[in-house]
Design a protein around this ligand. Sequence first.
Ligand code: HBI
Ligand code: FE
Length: 287
Amino acid sequence: MLTPDNPLRGDYSHMAADYTVAQEWAAYSAEDHALYQRLFERQAARLPGYACDEFIEHVHELASDGIPRFERANELLGRATGWQIVGVPGLIPDDVFFRHLANRRFPVTVWLRKPEEFDYIVEPDVFHDFFGHVPLLMNPVFADYLQEYGRGGMKALSLGGLGYLARLYWYTVEFGLIDTPQGLRTYGAGILSSGGEILHCIDSPAPHRVRFELMRVMQTEYRIDRFQDTYFVIDSYDQLFRETAQDFAPLYERLRGLPTIDPSVTVAGDALVAPVSHYDTHRRSAA
Ligand code: HBI
Ligand code: FE
């Protein structure tokens, strides 16, 4: 977050009290639009067989030539699920972030990475946020999950559960996998907006793929600067919504007495999902 030794790169000087800023779409350069389009085309080509169907459907609905206009996306989102995206200068404080989610507003960073950051960026930019996060806001069940998550986040702040809830967000909204009749797919924005991790999370034999279990997820640490060592697999967005609609206060109590789990290991009780080679997947779906 905003500290003297690691200032965030966005312009926080003109934001509103809720950290929102206008998108200033006319201020994007032709180079910005061309870079966004290259990022979009590279990722869009990798989606089949790796991204969940809902994501693929909606990412194309929301696509435009270059950096999308938030106001146009808001017309589609408003009709589909009542969500709106709001421009922000970049990362915003947890309580502000959760309050937006609890009100069906998704914060989207307004600036775009530099060409030299094509493959990796530390802070979420407009490509990570819009390409990675916005399409699934068109899905009613996922959209409800995210609002529940925002409400839970606001409660977590007063219950000391923020770290546990950040892990839940990380292993679902950012890096989640979902089991489908066609095979394993991803719905996580951090993966979907990453050139390398979208292939790795499905194909690589290296990471652990553990069936989603709420307490296990909230006990598991995560690393922000490398591909994940552990992914959690849900069966449906309904499952996410049901798990998150409960009262977390007793869970935080229990978690405080449980060990933290390093993502590089599996533990007794884990139900593991084996990586399926795409040959098997195609053969299965062809059958
Ligand atoms: N701010 N703009 C922005 N985007 C995020 O994803 C975000 C944030 N602030 C806090 C935050 N995420 C985390 O606390 C959540 O992952 C829990
Ligand atoms: Fe994100």
